[in-house]
Design a protein around this ligand. Structure first.
Ligand code: ZN
Length: 409
């Protein structure tokens, strides 16, 4: 007898099937079958509901420590759960930053006690191979290079090549030209390098990356953020100008259309929120602090594109769930026997408008305020446990991806 059977419409093997039974045993999916089968407690979905794998977000800022007034691990990961995201990867530009094994250990201890969803960490730029190897042993996901780190790019590339540590790059040198920075980075890449471009926003950047992906022999991947897919500087409402301040800045309509087309064309590998909360006063000051929360609406925004006929569901599930889980090397992101039961029930007949005052994030504003959406999160399971059901159901329980990998292996 299964611990739980979820019966109804589900996304399985790349398509939506009407009557599926997903059986959950402990933390795992124990079977997926057509029709209703098995015995044990049952969650029967209604006609408007759809069972999907929950998402893995490779780019979030949970703040905490000295910036706990902006967000903390608990509120940030609660926002993740509310958005159908059950694994997050944190960026290292915390205060103090995560740029040593000591800081990494300290951060992992905090996450272990406070995170509601599973987690991993991108460590900041390291100067020595020994440090990188140590960080990898502790489970660091990859090494994040910020614009200021690019001055020492050769040294970081050497550390990456000698330790096997993957790179994630914010490609925007001082002055803010993303295409120029992408061009410079691509010119330094060698066969065997593994580099992920965070939040690509310009058509020109993506075109260069597309060519490099085909010919360079390096593993090059690309992340796109919802604000670069759906918002442009030309279409921006004047009263959200400060709220929408972000790095890289919002681009033109043509740019955002090109980046969007990269989802179907497979030049964009991942959708990541770049959840980056600040205090409202920091957003309203001059200059405005770059970034805003995004974890709670990324999945619903993408599903709305599908429901309105602009994107295939298989594409969005791949970029939100499957590909990022594969990047981390964990069996998540698909509704499949033997995989972790990381699942989300969506109401696909919902009609609602984004309202930041309802966010579980401490940052209660968004450039998407008032935007009509057609899909709403109903319930979320993290490794078989109901973590969100119209409200948060747990106080913690998130685990380090590194540990999940060892347990699964
Ligand atoms: Zn970021």
């Amino acid at each position: 007898m299964a611990d739980l059977r979820i019966v109804g419409r589900a996304f399985v093997d790349g398509r939506i099937l009407d009557e599926i039974t997903v059986e959950i045993d402990g933390e795992f999916i124990s079977s997926v079958s057509v029709g209703e089968s098995g015995s044990g407690p049952r969650l029967l979905l209604n006609k408007g509901q759809l069972l999907l794998p929950s998402a893995t977000d490779l780019h979030v800022h949970l703040r905490d420590w000295k910036q706990a007034y902006k967000e903390d691990v608990f509120t940030g990961t609660s926002a993740a759960a509310a958005g159908g995201v059950t694994t997050v990867v944190e960026m290292p530009n915390t205060l103090p930053p995560i740029r040593s094994s000591g800081a990494l250990k300290e951060r992992l201890e905090l996450l272990a006690t406070r995170a509601v969803v599973d987690y991993s960490i991108h460590i900041g730029a390291l100067e020595s191979v020994k440090d990188a190897v140590e960080a990898l042993e502790l489970g660091a996901c990859s090494m994040k290079l910020y614009p200021t780190d690019l001055e020492r790019l050769e040294s970081h590339l050497r550390v990456s090549r000698m330790s096997g540590m993957r790179l994630v790059v914010h490609a925007e040198l001082k002055g803010g030209d993303e295409p120029e920075t992408v061009k410079m980075l691509l010119s330094r890449m060698k066969v065997g390098d593994d580099i992920r471009f965070a939040h690509i926003s310009r058509a020109e950047s993506l075109r260069m990356i597309e060519l490099a992906k085909m010919g360079l022999g390096a593993r090059i991947t690309v992340e796109a953020a919802p604000h670069h897919l759906f918002l442009s500087s030309e279409e921006l409402d004047e009263n959200v100008r400060k709220i929408s301040a972000v790095r890289p800045p919002l681009a033109s309509r043509a740019d955002r259309h090109y980046v969007f087309s990269g989802l179907g064309a497979c030049s964009v590998d991942f959708i990541a929120s770049d959840h980056a909360p600040h205090a409202l006063e920091e957003k309203m000051s001059e200059p405005s602090a770059p970034g805003f929360p995004g974890l709670e609406i990324t999945y619903p925004l993408m599903l709305t594109e599908w429901l309105e006929g602009r994107l295939e569901i298989s594409v969005l599930v791949k970029k939100l769930c499957k590909a990022p889980a594969e990047y981390l090397g964990i069996p998540k992101g698909e509704i499949r026997e033997g995989f972790y039961a990381d699942l989300v029930v969506f109401d696909t007949r919902a009609r609602w408008n984004v309202s930041a005052k309802d966010f579980l994030s401490k940052a209660k504003y968004t450039p998407f305020e008032g935007r009509p959406l057609l899909a709403k999160v109903v319930s979320v399971f993290r490794r078989g446990e109901l973590v969100y059901d119209g409200g948060l159901m747990v106080k913690g329980g998130g685990m380090h991806v590194h540990e999940l990998k060892q347990r699964y292996g």
